[in-house]
Design a protein around this ligand. Structure first.
Ligand code: IPM
Ligand code: MG
Length: 357
C-alpha cells in the first residue's frame, strides 16, 4: 500500500471548513484505492501569528518540505490588517511560496454547463470556456528589491531575470502542448523594460515549441478581451501581479470564485489551494462552497501523486452533483434543486466517490 504524506494548512476564516470537506472526500476516494493518505496539520496566516507570533512558523516550512504535497485552505482577515507587513497573514503565504520555490501557479478556469447562468456574462460568451492562467509566482513586483514605504514616497521594483522568465514560459508551453496548443503571453512591453525582456525571452523559448501558436497581448487589452471573448484563450502566460489580477477576473467567467482550484508547483513539493480567499464575512455559517477546495484536492491527486483515477472520480462527482442540482448558497439561484451546507456538499461528493450511489 502506498502511503502519501499530506501537509495540511487550514488557515483562517472559512479555511478550516472547506479543508475538512476536501479531506472527507480524499478519505472517501482512498477507500477503494491502493493508496493511503496521512495528514499533518501546520499553522500559517493570522491564526499562526496569534498562536506563535509568526504568520509562517519554521515548523510549517519544515513540515511542508517533508510532505508529498500540501493542501491549503485560505488566510487573512481584517483583524490582522494593521500588523506590520512581515507579520501579516499574506506574508506567510508569500514566504512559503518563495521558500518552497513554487514559481509556477496553475489557475485553470472551466465553465460548468450547469452554472452558465451564474456568470455575469452572457451564456454564449462563457459556454465552453476552458483556459489556464499560468502565473509566475515567486518573482516580479511582489518580491523585487529595493522596496520601501516612506512617509511621502514609497516604491516597489518590478524585476525579472531571464532565467525566471524562461522557466515559467517553458511551463506554459508544456501545458499548451497538452491542451489546444496556444499560448498568449501577457505583458506591458509598450511601457515597461521588464516586459520587453519578458516578451523577447518568451519568443526565444517558443522556438522549442514550433507546434504552439504564440501571441502577445498587453495586459490592459487582455483584461478587456477576457470579458469580451474569453474563448479565444487557451494558456495565458503572465507575470506575478498581472496573473493575480487577471485570474480573479477570469474566475468570474465561471460564475463563482468558489469553484476554482489552483496548483503552485516548481519546487520539490506542490501546494494546492482554492483561488478564493478566507471569506471572513461568511465564516462559521456553514455556507461556504467547498467545491474549489475539493477540486484542488483532485489536482493534488493528479499532479502531485499521480493518482489519476482517483482524481477523475472526484471531478466526475463534482459534475454529477452540479447536474443533480445540489448547490451551496453562493450559487443557489442557479438551477438548485437542493440547497446544501458546506458539510452536506462534502458528504454528497464523498458518497459518490466511494460509489455508495
Ligand atoms: C492570490 C492572493 C495572494 C496573492 C495574496 C493573498 C498574497 O491574492 O493567491 O491570488 O496576491 O498572490
Ligand atoms: Mg489574488
Amino acid at each position: 500500500m502506498k502511503v502519501y504524506n499530506i501537509a495540511v494548512i487550514k488557515g483562517d476564516g472559512i479555511g478550516p471548513e472547506i479543508i475538512d470537506e476536501a479531506i472527507k472526500v480524499l478519505d472517501a476516494v482512498a477507500v477503494n484505492a491502493d493508496f493511503e493518505l496521512k495528514y499533518d496539520e501546520y499553522l500559517m496566516g493570522g491564526n499562526a501569528y496569534d498562536i506563535t507570533g509568526d504568520p509562517l512558523p519554521q515548523e510549517t516550512i519544515d513540515g511542508c518540505e517533508r510532505a508529498d504535497a500540501i493542501l491549503f485552505g485560505a488566510i487573512g482577515g481584517e483583524q490582522w490588517d494593521k500588523l506590520p507587513r512581515d507579520k501579516r497573514p499574506e506574508s506567510g503565504l508569500l514566504k512559503l511560496r518563495a521558500a518552497l520555490g513554487l514559481y509556477a501557479n496553475y489557475r485553470p478556469v472551466k465553465v460548468y454547463d450547469e452554472l452558465i447562468e451564474a456568470s455575469t456574462l452572457k451564456p454564449e460568451v462563457v459556454q465552453g470556456v476552458d483556459l489556464l492562467v499560468m502565473r509566475e509566482l515567486t518573482g516580479g513586483i511582489y518580491f523585487g528589491k529595493p522596496r520601501e514605504k516612506g512617509e511621502d514616497r514609497a516604491y516597489n521594483t518590478m524585476i525579472y531575470t531571464k532565467e525566471e522568465i524562461v522557466r515559467i514560459a517553458k511551463e506554459a508551453f508544456e501545458s499548451a502542448m497538452k491542451r489546444r496548443k496556444k499560448v498568449c503571453s501577457i505583458d506591458k512591453a509598450n511601457v515597461l523594460e521588464v516586459s520587453q525582456l519578458w516578451r523577447d525571452t518568451v519568443e526565444e523559448v517558443a522556438k522549442d515549441y514550433p507546434e504552439v501558436a504564440l501571441t502577445h497581448m498587453y495586459v490592459d487589452n487582455a483584461a478587456m478581451q477576457l470579458v469580451r471573448d474569453p474563448k479565444q484563450f487557451d494558456v495565458m502566460l503572465t507575470g506575478n501581479i498581472f496573473g493575480d489580477i487577471l485570474s480573479d477576473e477570469a474566475s468570474m467567467i465561471s460564475g463563482s470564485i468558489g469553484l476554482l482550484p489552483s496548483a503552485s508547483v516548481g519546487g520539490k513539493v506542490g501546494l494546492y489551494e482554492p483561488i478564493h480567499g478566507s471569506a471572513p464575512d461568511i465564516t462559521g455559517q456553514g455556507i461556504a462552497n467547498p467545491l474549489a477546495t475539493i477540486s484542488s484536492a483532485s489536482m493534488m491527486l493528479r499532479f502531485a501523486l499521480g493518482e489519476v483515477e482517483a482524481a477523475d472520480k472526484i471531478d466526475t462527482a463534482i459534475e454529477k452533483v452540479l447536474k443533480e442540482g445540489y448547490r451551496t448558497k453562493d450559487i443557489a439561484a442557479f438551477g438548485a434543486s437542493e440547497v446544501c451546507s458546506t458539510t452536506e456538499m462534502g458528504s454528497i461528493i464523498a458518497d459518490i466517490v466511494c460509489s455508495h450511489r
